[in-house]
Design a binder for this molecule. Sequence first.
Ligand code: FE2
Length: 287
Amino acid sequence: MDKDYQAYLEKLLEWGEKVKQKLKDSDLTEEEIKHATEQVEIWQENLSDMMASNQDEDMDRLEDVRMQAEQLVENFRKPQDASSVPYGKHKLPPLPYAYNALEPYISEQIMRLHHQKHHRAYVDGLNKAEKALYIDKKDPIKHWLREQAFHGSGHYLHTIFWYNMTPKSKKKPDGAILRQIEKDFGSWRAFKDMFTKAANSVEGDGWAVLLWTPRSGKLAVQSFEKHQLFQVPDTIPLLVLDVWEHAYYLQHYNDKAAYIDNWWNVVNWDNVNDRFKEASKVKWQLF
Ligand SMILES: [Fe+2]
C-alpha cells in the first residue's frame, strides 16, 4: 500500500476519534450520542477494513468513505425542529453497516449502487415533489401527487429495508414478534413460506411486506407493486424485502428465488421486534 495513502487513511481514523470526542461533549441527548457514535464506529470499521486489505488506492471506496463522512456530519447537526423534516429536505440515511457487511448474501457492489444511486434518486424525487406541491404549488397537481407517492414510498421502504438487515442476524425471530407470528400464522416456518411465496409472486418490481394492522390486531403479509401500489392503508410495515431487479440482478441475474433464500440470512430480527413494539402502541378500535 502506498505510504501517503496509508497515512491518509490513518488521519481519517483519527478524525473519527475526534468526532466521537466532540459528540461526547455535545448537547445531543444520551440516545442521540449513542446512535451517532455507533455510526462513526461503523465508518471507522470500514476504514480499518481498507487498511487491512493492503490494496493500492481504491478511489471508489475512498469516495464512499468521503460521502459517508459528509453524511455523518450532516446527520449529527441537530435540526431546528427535531420533530419534523421540512418539505423538500429529506436526507439519505446512512447504512447502519459497511457496504460489504452483508456478503456473501448480498454483494458489496449491489449494496453500494442500491444505497447510493437508487435510494438517493428516491430521496431527490421526493424532495422535488414536495417542493412542487407545498412550496411552489405547481401544476398539474396530479403529476406531483404521483411523484410523491412513487418516490416517497421508495424512500420510506428503502429506509426500513436497510435497518431490517444486519450482518449479525439471529436467522430466526424471537421474543414478541415470534409469539405474534405463531399466534397469527401457526409457526415461524409457515410464515417464512408464505412471505417467500409473496416475494416470488411479485410481477416485475416490488416488495414483500410483513404488516402490523392496528385495526385488526393482527399481522398480515402483502406484496407491493413498484413501491406505491397494492398498499393497505392504516397498517405499519415491520419487515420489508425489496424484490426489484436492482436489488439482486448483478449477483443472481434472473434467479430471484436464490436472492430471497439468501436474504433470510441477514434479517435483523431485533429491528423487527423494535418496530413491532412501537407499532403495537397504536391502539385503534378493532373492526
Ligand atoms: Fe431498491
